[in-house]
Design a binder for this molecule. Structure first.
Ligand SMILES: Cc1cc2nc3c(=O)[nH]c(=O)nc-3n(C[C@H](O)[C@H](O)[C@H](O)COP(=O)(O)OP(=O)(O)OC[C@H]3O[C@@H](n4cnc5c(N)ncnc54)[C@H](O)[C@@H]3O)c2cc1C
Length: 425
């Protein structure tokens, strides 16, 4: 029998197990195996390994209060967990484990080594030091409740095709969301939570690329743009606008700016197509850009239009923008009217596309939605319905923008779930 079983060896589960064991130790109650961590993959932290393009953006070094501004859903639910184990605590934790960290643009924190494997090593070492028993390849199948259904009493899992059952006082579910299923996030925890009476808010992929309607968008695949402003509308209502980097793909658009936009407008996109305009020349306002074009035209007065604008944009974009402008690429610059030129400027300031959908979970950095927060005590992460059942990480209906904030949620909720489970043993 274990005292506490953590299901899921991702960021939240590993932190929960470490903090539970640390607390039991502080209270003189820890013995080898008192905390058991079950993971159905053959290794820990499979998703962590691919985070931050293999570099793992562990958290964000912003002011603690600013963490909440970067949480898209249910930030208030996270007050206790984040104030209990904030971004500074996360940095101290890893530095103490010997993983030196560095801060990059936008406060993003990475290991100095640029290797996510070092983050996993630090967590694995902390698990070992605190006597957490880890069973890999353990596919948890069922949470066992007391006869009256009011508290947890154990769980069943399969190991090497053998069915095992183990009793315990507390179960911490940290099975993740539904995105990147190949990393082990299969949604099992959401199904168990539902079976145990928890409401699950509607889930959808988030921090995910957009599918676009236009064929010309697909023609631009592989082109990445820096310093552009993307604005998204529903009809004439502006829903979102931000500045940054994006990428054209074989289905639509992706890149940091687009992933962030998907967190803001994803709920709308799944209901109706949205129009998006890209300001290809954000640094120049309309008049300045018009003057720049006029200068280019003056210098190339006898050239073809397509050659006169060659220096203005990446070469892949030129034929597409010219086609959209309706101007003949071979037209001599001196034959282009003021109106035609200004229409072209308008196009550069608002390159149009139509967002028709989101790519699926396999391309989504996170899952939006999950176990409804109204069923979880925010001061402990314990279920309000089942005693001894705790939740941590992405499976809860909380999500954040890119920049290290989603992992911060995993560390903070994991820490609180682990500590509170151990405190009540
Ligand atoms: C490509 C990519 C890059 C990302 N980069 C960043 C980044 O740089 N910074 C950032 O903040 N966030 C990033 N994220 C998001 C972040 O990785 C997640 O929000 C975070 O890992 C969630 O942690 P978790 O522990 O809740 O879930 P997970 O990491 O998904 O862990 C859940 C674990 O539970 C296990 N499990 C599930 N069901 C069972 C079962 N039945 N039995 C046993 N085990 C089970 C799974 O195998 C898995 O190991 C990225 C996500 C992706 C996909």
């Amino acid at each position: 029998m274990a005292e506490i079983i953590v299901v899921g060896g991702g960021a939240a589960g590993m932190m929960a197990a470490i903090k539970a064991a640390e607390r039991l130790k502080d209270d003189g109650k820890n013995k080898q195996g008192a905390v058991l961590l079950l993971e159905h993959n053959e290794k820990l932290g499979k998703k962590l390994f691919i985070t931050g393009k293999g570099r793992c953006n562990v958290t964000n070094a912003c002011d603690t209060e600013d963490l909440f501004l970067n949480i898209c859903h249910n930030p208030k639910f996270l007050y206790s967990s984040i104030y209990g184990f904030d971004n500074q605590c996360v940095m101290n934790f890893f530095e103490k484990q010997g993983t030196a960290l560095k801060i990059e643009r936008g406060g993003r924190v990475f290991p100095v080594s640029d290797h996510s494997s070092d983050v996993i090593k630090a967590l694995s070492e902390a698990l070992r030091k605190n006597g957490v028993e880890v069973i890999l390849g353990a596919d948890v199948e069922e949470i066992i409740l007391s006869d009256d259904g009011g508290s947890v009493s154990g769980l069943k899992y399969k190991l090497n095709r053998k069915s095992c059952s183990v009793s315990c006082q507390k179960v911490i579910l940290a099975t993740g969301g539904l995105s990147y299923v190949s990393t082990g996030s299969t949604g099992d925890g959401l199904r168990w939570a539902l079976d145990m009476g928890h409401a699950i808010t509607e889930t959808r992929p988030s921090l995910v690329p957009f599918v676009c309607k236009e064929e010309y968008v697909r023609k631009l695949q592989g082109l990445s743009l820096k310093n552009v402003t993307v604005t998204i509308f529903s009809g004439s209502k502006k829903l979102y606008s931000d500045f940054g980097e994006m990428l054209f793909t074989h289905f639509g658009v992706s890149g940091p700016l687009i992933l962030s936009a998907s967190a803001a407008v994803g709920d709308k996109v799944i209901k109706e197509p949205l129009s998006m305009v890209i300001d290809l020349k954000s640094a120049l306002d309309f008049d300045t850009l018009d003057r720049r074009l006029l200068r280019d035209f003056d210098e190339n007065i006898n050239k073809n239009f397509e050659n006169a604008v060659a220096g203005l944009l990446p070469s892949k974009l030129i034929p597409v923008v010219i086609e959209l402008s309706g101007l003949d690429p071979k037209k001599k610059v001196h034959d282009i009217s003021k109106e035609e030129r200004q229409n072209f400027v308008r196009l550069l300031k608002a390159f149009p596309c139509t967002i028709t959908g989101l790519r699926d979970y396999n391309e989504a950095i996170i899952t939006r939605g999950g176990v409804a927060v109204k069923g979880i005590n925010p001061s402990t992460m314990e279920s309000k319905l089942v005693n001894g059942l705790y939740f941590a990480g992405e499976m809860i209906d909380v999500d954040a923008k890119t920049g290290g904030f989603n992992l911060q949620i995993a560390w903070s909720t994991g820490c609180l779930a682990g500590t509170s489970a151990a405190e009540s043993i």
